[in-house]
Write a protein that binds this ligand. Structure first.
Ligand code: SD4
Length: 343
């Protein structure tokens, strides 16, 4: 599909947004292609992250770096107490602790990550500092917290009364089910519940700047009511995020254990390297997962986004309901639902 056609299909007037629910049976791949000037662009997991794209756009439209754009973008849901999958307001682990995971990667293969970090509202900025100020890629737990505090981050209570209440309700049964816990805490009329089966809101964001350089960021509070110390795919370079400036970038959302098993984002970028479009590459990732895990994952949700060097994008999920949002060079917002392997 040509970019112009996609824009006409996906956007109402400037400033207004439309969520396109595409029939799974639809023939055309969800690809946006343009031979010219397909960037800057920014794309994020989950439609509500259109707000994060707007923050990233402020940097991209001025010719700023994709790296700065993705950091600024994902800081929006990190600070949003209503987003229960990221940063402040994130749902806690089974013991009531909000523990955060984040990573960032730039066009030069530089990357930084924090896992199992507590009390810091913007783990993505700590991850960037790990990338820029240390000889390491990944800092965990107490060490990551110490590093953040030494570098001027404030210690904060990230558990909001709302998330604490959801956790207390969960404690009555204390049954860990990645899907049920999130599905039942949201009202049907809630805009976020349009995500369907899963209602994750973890943000994975990919951007290309005016110079054609790619970067990505991914940040999450992880699966609600996880075991204390559990880390998912989101902060793992190659699983939740991978950027290769010669080829493209990919990111994921959903049940991280499944993404880690197939090195999801790296797998998708490698498929693009060997000639697949971003859409085909995302489909390869999800198909591989189902082939490997069969009935074990039929009820779970996993979604991938990808973008290639030319500014083509792709999105695909295991189950219906994975939405995403993007902004192209015309500055208009588009929100869509990805096609899925299962119905
Ligand atoms: C994780 N992938 O920790 C994350 C969860 C997620 O929206 O994507 N939630 O496994």
């Amino acid at each position: 599909m040509k970019r112009r056609q996609a824009i006409q299909k996906g956007v109402l007037a400037t400033g207004s947004l439309m969520l396109l629910r595409e029939a799974a049976a639809s023939q055309s791949a969800d690809i946006i292609s343009s031979p010219v000037a397909a960037f800057p662009l920014v794309i994020s997991t989950w439609a509500p992250n259109v707000k994060a794209n707007a923050a990233a756009w402020e940097i991209l439209k001025k010719g700023g770096r994709a790296l700065d754009a993705v950091e600024a973008g994902v800081r929006v849901p990190e600070a949003d107490p209503e987003d229960t999958s990221v940063g402040y307001g994130g749902l806690p682990d089974r013991d009531g602790n909000v523990t955060l995971d984040a990573c960032i990667m730039d066009e030069k293969g530089n990357c930084g990550s924090v896992v199992f970090l507590q009390h810091i509202m913007h783990p993505i900025s700590v991850a960037r500092m790990v990338m820029e100020k240390t000889p390491h890629v990944l800092l965990a737990g107490e060490g990551a917290l110490q590093f953040a505090l030494q570098n001027g981050f404030q210690k904060e209570n990230l558990l909001t009364p709302k998330s604490e209440q959801v956790w207390k309700d969960w404690l009555k049964k204390s049954k860990y089910d990645p899907m049920e816990t999130i599905r039942h805490m949201k009202k049907p009329e809630d805009e976020r519940s349009k995500g369907g089966i899963d209602n994750h809101d973890t943000i994975g964001m990919l951007a290309i700047d005016q110079n054609g350089n790619l970067s990505g960021a991914c940040t999450t509070s992880g699966m609600a009511f996880k075991m204390h110390g559990r880390v998912g795919d989101s902060p793992i370079i190659g699983a939740g995020l991978f950027v290769d400036n010669e080829v493209g970038a990919a990111t994921s959302t959903g049940v991280g254990e499944e993404v880690i098993r197939i090195c999801g984002s790296h797998t998708i970028v490698e498929a693009m390297r060997y000639g697949k479009s971003p859409q085909e590459a995302c489909e390869i990732g999800v198909q591989r997962m189902l082939k490997l895990r069969k009935d074990n994952i039929r009820d779970l949700q996993i979604g991938f986004l990808a973008v290639n060097k030319a500014g083509e994008i792709g999105a695909y999920s295991l189950r219906p309901g994975f939405t995403y949002a993007y902004r192209l060079p015309d500055g208009k917002d588009v929100m869509k639902e990805a096609k899925s392997l299962l119905n």
